[in-house]
Write a protein that binds this ligand. Sequence first.
Ligand code: SF4
Length: 328
Amino acid sequence: MRPFQYTRPASVANALVSIAQPGSKYLGGGTNLVDLMRMGTESPAVLVDVHRLPLATIEEHAGGVRIGAMVRNSDAAEHPLVRERYPVVSQALLSGASAQLRNMATMGGNLMQRTRCEYFYDPTFQECNKRHPGSGCAAIPGYNRMHAILGASPQCIAVHPSDLCVALAAVEAVVQVRGPRGSRSIPFADFHRLPGATPAIDTNLRPGELITAIDLPPMPWPRRSHYLKIRDRHSYAFALVSVAAVLDLDSAGAIRNARLAMGGVAHKPWRVPAAEQLLVGSKPGDEVFRAAANELVRGARPHRYNGFKVELARRAVVRALSSAAALV
Ligand code: SF4
């Protein structure tokens, strides 16, 4: 690990001053950035430790719930406001990483995880457009079992690793940020980026901006929620495919509202509103669930080792929707 300076500002305003130093990065729980520094993939000159900033409350806000960016993942997962009003968020949090990591990781930091790819994490591989723009992509001709089937580009086929973010996409969370030019709100769908021609840039945050909170908007129909994670082992593994499904049924049992998002398949949580619209007005059942699943994976382009993900994603969507629909 290369030497670096460390600073721990006492306020958001001071953090914004500190981050203006060249080569500086924010440090939250450190569960991703410190790994990357040990590997030599990241080498910030200054670490601006924000994890003790007063941004660690969970409270009702504008009919929904506001979660401070420095709330620990484990605290958010167990908080009554999250468990009762947004069970799919709680379920996704509890399926991520390990209990020890959830106790360290912060909600804001979870959004800032770098996409997972063995070739990105190991700097001995020279070809990685995310580490060295223009160097190529070792994963495309290489071992790409965990990689993207949707939304990728010839520059990068990495996937976003977060479980939480899949659920936040489904509930249409809003990310609150503060930066040198003031505060702004970013709809969750616009927070992360597809790789396109600039895979080195994972999010639409502007230089120096700090996540201060995540807003969960009012959602009066959270009960029928299910987060399904398919992975190689039961814990401490990234998703091959995951699905966040939320259904709202009317008094006749027809679907009135639906939310669906997938993880493990793209550079950002994958949501296709047309797939949700397909469900509206129908009674829950395999046929309509399969139609929504087909819409969600439309245009999938697998690579040599991950063709299995396409059908796995379809089946996971049907299973997640069936589980949500069966809840009473
Ligand atoms: Fe790098 Fe992306 Fe290719 Fe992985 S998939 S080697 S992160 S460019």
